[in-house]
Design a protein around this ligand. Structure first.
Ligand code: URA
Length: 276
């Protein structure tokens, strides 16, 4: 029989230990840590039976030259985004952009999903663990709720008809480590790509999901105050809404989200939406 695991010196039964692990996964922990940091670069590695010293990683031949003195890394985002004439060109330009460190820790570049011809564009925050794994936005638990919410008003990312379709992307195309919130500098760095993305998709309405989207599009946070109030973002009518991840944690807020969805449905039924 194996001894029960302990946590901070307290013995845990197996069910509690599993529940703690689940909770840590939910919080974005994706790697076990030790009490003291380990310098993996200083460790010898074994290859084909021989112990060899780890060599510094080679600089990839495609690495961009360092920015000129005085120019922040990634300051070329506006030019790169403006030069893109199609969504495919924009995706290539954004993926090649080297201004954000989070790209180094992410598995996938998560550009967009759905129908680019959709009347409604949904702007989210950043990929999470599942999105990073699959390379598509909103495919985890929050994404499933998002699909259900919009299905309730007849919209889906798989619909070929622009009237019934959704197009979805995030402010950040790379997963921030541990699912932390995007930093202001990261939002600022990606803003030219976000704005160009909206311009190229040319939706009738933009839905801003959560604080990061509101910050990027409106320069404001406080989604609980902003939600449900039609405004203008990227030159188009925009509706801020609470993020589905928030709704998963606060199911009572679904009532207000439902009211916002109905407001969106009414606006779509009115045809060409009036300017806010
Ligand atoms: N949350 C987001 O904002 N975007 C995703 O793609 C997944 C979760």
């Amino acid at each position: 029989m194996t001894a029960d695991p302990t946590w901070n010196g307290v013995a845990l039964d197996a069910a509690t230990a599993l529940a703690l692990l689940d909770w840590q996964r939910e919080m974005g922990v994706d790697e076990p840590m030790l009490d003291a940091p380990v310098d993996r670069f200083a460790e010898p590695i074994r290859e084909a039976g021989a112990e060899i010293a780890r060599q510094p990683a080679a600089v990839p031949p495609t690495a961009a030259p360092p920015p000129p003195p005085g120019q922040a890394p990634g300051a070329d985002a506006a030019q790169m985004a403006a030069r893109a004439g199609t969504l495919a060109e924009l995706a290539a330009a954004q993926q090649a952009h080297e201004g954000l460190d989070i790209r180094k820790g992410a598995r996938s570049f998560v550009f967009a999903d759905g129908n680019p011809a959709a009347r409604v564009l949904v702007l989210g925050e950043a990929p999470g663990e599942e999105e990073d794994r699959q390379g598509r936005p909103f495919v985890g638990r929050a994404g499933q709720l998002l699909d259900q919410m919009f299905a309730a008003i007849g919209l889906s990312r798989t619909a070929p008809d622009p009237d019934a379709a959704l197009y979805i992307f995030n402010v950040l195309p790379w997963r921030p480590p541990g699912n932390r919130r995007p930093e202001q500098a990261e939002i600022d760095a990606m803003l030219p790509f976000v704005a160009r993305h909206v311009e190229l998709a040319a939706p009738e309405i933009v839905v801003l999901l959560g604080n990061a989207a509101a910050q990027a599009a409106l320069g404001q946070q406080g989604i609980l105050r902003l939600r449900g109030q039609w405004t203008t973002a990227f030159g188009r009518p925009a509706l801020p809404m609470t993020h589905p991840a928030y709704l998963l944690r606060n199911p009572v807020a679904k009532r207000e989200a439902w009211a916002d969805l109905l407001s969106l449905k009414v606006r779509l039924m009115q045809g060409q939406p009036a300017q806010p």
